[in-house]
Design a protein around this ligand. Structure first.
Ligand code: GLY
Length: 392
């Protein structure tokens, strides 16, 4: 179904109103954020700067190579597409150029190069045709393809984590990163990138997605022989639980894989995860960190909420099942309206829009702002108004 078929006049008017508020606020925030690459806001409400951190050689992943650094330029490219204001283009390019230094720091980069260079360089290339941006995207795709483990048919997630041996670790988040590989094959005509992406997606379908439609966060494979060693709860409540942001990466990620490949199993998998998400979304539309967490403390995650809403809107347009399409769109609207009504800031007391994001259930941080919640909120609203463009 099309967006117009699924939205009432009142929904459309509301989305248009939110879009207007986004554009007003972001015009001011972009001016005062010039030169920074933000992740979260400090006690005074102003954005921090991940490009100003001065990490040691092995800590680049917490500084300029921080995994969310593509989302600020992603916001700017979405705004540029919506309003054609060249200030957004200039600010996005400044970030993209600054991020080139990351390419020389192996330890800082891992599978999240997709989250980083898709909404930054690939978005730039899609909108402006910049050859520099295309080269950056292809270089990032090569790095991601280089993390493929042929014995286990998975893409390795992180480099070492403390003392942990992570050579066999794959995580659900990577379902988003592989969009970079689909793009690289489409751009170059070289099938290897897409083949790696599909092999990884097939492994995730088999070993991450449970019979009830929920997904685990981390699966450890034997990096030499393949085969599952064990699973971990990761950023969620426990092994076997349902970390909500992971469910969002799964349902949106498999929708993206279906868009790029047309493979029916990916659509069906996206729907199974989406059905689980819809069935567990409370009437309030406020999304917990984990659907299996105890009632108290009532940790929330607006990042997972906004990413899931975007995925549900995407899936509602992809599925041929009209009943499901209506359910997915209704759930997305419930979540986005809850964010707008109860979990947002529209004045200048805070640079971010979306509140109450959580890094993980146990380790936190809890109920802070995170730039990618704003990215996914803006992307979702622009999907509803027709002002956005598809980056992934
Ligand atoms: N990709 C890491 C996270 O969702 O926190």
């Amino acid at each position: 179904m099309t967006i117009e078929e699924m939205l009432s006049e009142e929904d459309l008017a509301w989305a248009g109103d939110v879009s207007g508020r986004i554009q007003e606020k972001m015009s001011r925030v972009t001016e005062r954020t010039r030169g920074k690459i933000p992740y979260t806001t400090g006690p005074d409400g102003s954005y921090d700067d991940r490009s100003r951190m001065d990490p040691g050689e092995k800590d680049w992943g917490n500084g300029l190579a921080w995994w969310t650094n593509g989302f600020w330029p992603g916001i700017l490219w979405q705004l540029y597409h919506a309003c054609k204001d060249r200030r957004y283009e200039q600010a996005a390019r400044e970030t993209e150029e600054k991020m080139d230094a990351c390419f020389l720091h192996f330890y800082g980069l891992h599978h999240d190069v997709g989250f980083m260079w898709m909404p930054m360089a690939v978005a730039d290339y899609r909108l402006t045709g910049s050859e520099d941006a295309k080269r950056r995207g292809l270089l990032a795709a090569q790095l991601l393809a280089g993390r493929y483990n042929p014995a286990g048919r998975f893409i390795r997630a992180w480099n070492e984590v403390g003392e942990e041996d992570t050579r066999g670790w794959a995580i659900i988040d990577c379902m988003f990163n592989i969009s970079l590989l689909y793009w690289a094959s489409e751009e170059t005509g070289d099938p290897r990138f897409k083949e790696i992406a599909m092999n990884h997606a097939d492994t995730v379908m088999e070993h991450f997605i449970r019979p009830d439609g929920s997904s685990c966060h981390i699966v450890e494979f034997d990096p030499f022989q393949g085969g599952v060693v064990r699973t971990y709860g990761g950023q969620g409540y426990a092994d076997g639980s349902a970390w909500t942001r992971g469910q969002a990466w799964a349902l949106y990620g498999f929708s993206i894989s279906f868009r790029h490949t047309g493979r029916q199993e990916y659509l069906e998998t996206a729907q199974r995860v989406a059905d689980y998400f819809v069935a567990h979304t409370p009437p309030s539309g406020i999304i917990p960190v984990d659907f299996c967490q105890p009632p108290s403390p009532a940790w929330e995650d607006s990042c997972g909420a906004c990413a899931a809403a975007g995925g549900l809107i995407e899936l509602a347009q992809l599925t041929k099942d009209r009943t499901k399409a209506v359910q997915y769109m209704a759930c997305a609207l419930r979540i986005l309206r809850a964010i707008d009504r109860d979990r947002s800031c529209w004045d200048d007391t805070c640079d971010a829009i979306v509140k109450n994001c959580s890094g993980s259930y146990h380790g936190g941080p809890h109920h802070i702002t995170m730039v990618y919640a704003d990215y996914f909120f803006i992307e979702a609203i622009f999907k509803l108004t027709g002002e956005g463009f598809f980056i992934w």
